[in-house]
Ligand binder design. Structure first.
Ligand code: GRF
Length: 209
């Protein structure tokens, strides 16, 4: 039996990935518990989604901190206080400083709407459509100090159709994000994810046979 993994989720906006993680937990598909949701944006819909599900959720205003590092350390302190062991970036639109990452070594993951290392950064789906690739998708990776550069845990491919716009492609990728993110968290909860340098392996499921 997997233990219940205490999660912290960092958000900035819509919160559909947060919602997918909440649903997976509520449906018993994910042995985890969200201890705290933190947002850098007050109006993030993700905050109200968390609240609707009885999950502690806080807006922490970057304006109250003199620099990026002190803000990030405030986030890290709240997450530690809440007993968080894995930090999930679900649409968190800031780059975390090394000071934050040192507090959670290989314990921060991100979901990105492209097949990294292609199309890092913002508007990945638009980048993919404009470049003309035939396949894009989504990636869950460990977070390092770069922009979407950390070791890749899992990817799902999504074909780009001739008539796709950035919006239609984003929608189809999003459906896969909602499947992939809870699944990767489950692998981590089950202690099946092994990191060797840049390469990440997922051990086969122990069916208890
Ligand atoms: C997703 O496309 C995610 O891949 C990217 O930001 C978006 C967040 O969407 N990092 P949501 O807030 O989870 O709905």
């Amino acid at each position: 039996m997997a233990r219940v993994l205490p999660l912290g989720v960092l958000v900035s906006g819509r919160g559909s990935n947060l919602e997918a993680v909440i649903r997976a937990i509520e449906e018993g598909r994910l042995p985890a518990r969200i201890k705290l949701v933190l947002s850098n944006r007050k109006e993030a819909r993700a905050l109200s989604i968390a609240a609707q599900h009885g999950i502690p959720a806080e807006f922490i205003d970057p304006k109250n901190y003199p620099d990026r590092e002190s803000y990030d350390l405030a986030l890290a302190a709240r997450l530690k206080e809440a007993g968080v062991e894995l930090v999930v970036l679900a649409g968190f639109m800031r780059i975390l400083s090394p000071a934050f990452l040192e507090q959670f070594p290989l314990k921060v993951i991100n979901i990105h709407p492209a097949l990294l290392p292609s199309f890092p950064g913002v508007e990945a789906q638009r980048q993919a459509v404009e470049y003309g690739v035939k396949i894009s998708g989504c990636t869950v990776h460990f977070v390092d100090a770069g922009v979407d550069t950390g070791p890749i845990i899992a990817q799902v491919a999504v074909p780009v159709e001739d008539n796709d716009t950035p919006e239609t492609l984003a929608q189809r990728i999003l459906e896969q994000e909602h499947r992939l993110l809870p699944e990767v968290i489950r692998w981590i909860a089950e202690d099946r994810v092994v990191v060797k340098g840049r390469r990440v392996y997922v051990r086969k499921e122990d069916k208890g046979e």
